[in-house]
Design a protein around this ligand. Structure first.
Ligand code: SF4
Ligand code: SF4
Length: 129
């Protein structure tokens, strides 16, 4: 290899290393941001299966319905739809009527902290409306 070929080879090697470095950086950033989005989605969504085993609230709160509209909002971020859906639930069946008596909690197979989550639903409505 003469000096000219040597320099040419060195230049290609340097370009290759530089390009690989950028690729690795972009891949890592994309991976991190995707993981972050997924974990946020999971953290924000109520893992209710709408099985209705929590039925029988002494105040008549429709727990799965309240959780369902909350999850829908977390999925589509459509404020007006959430407000309309919340207001379509009879006033006495809405999340804000929960008195935290705890009757529903042991019934949930998902072990959800229902009263606290209902507070989140009610707070979201208050915030958006
Ligand atoms: S904690 Fe709230 S939702 Fe659960 S049974 Fe009591 S009033 Fe109903
Ligand atoms: S029992 Fe739990 S998982 Fe089933 S509908 Fe009620 S809150 Fe959702």
């Amino acid at each position: 290899m003469n000096i000219r070929q040597f320099l040419k080879f060195g230049l290609f090697a340097a370009i290759g290393t530089f390009t690989l470095g950028i690729y690795k950086k972009v891949s890592a950033e994309t991976k991190n941001s995707t993981e972050k989005e997924l974990s946020n989605t999971t953290a924000d969504t109520i893992v209710c299966t709408y099985c209705q085993q929590c039925e029988g609230c002494p105040l008549g709160i429709d727990i799965p319905k309240n959780f369902n509209i909350y999850n829908q909002y977390k999925a589509d971020n459509k404020k007006e739809n959430f407000i309309a859906a919340y207001e379509s639930i009879k006033a006495e069946n809405r999340a804000d009527k929960c008195i935290n008596c705890g009757v529903c909690k042991p019934k949930c197979p998902q072990k959800l902290d229902i009263p606290t989550l209902l507070k989140d639903v009610a707070a979201l409505y208050k915030k958006l409306s």
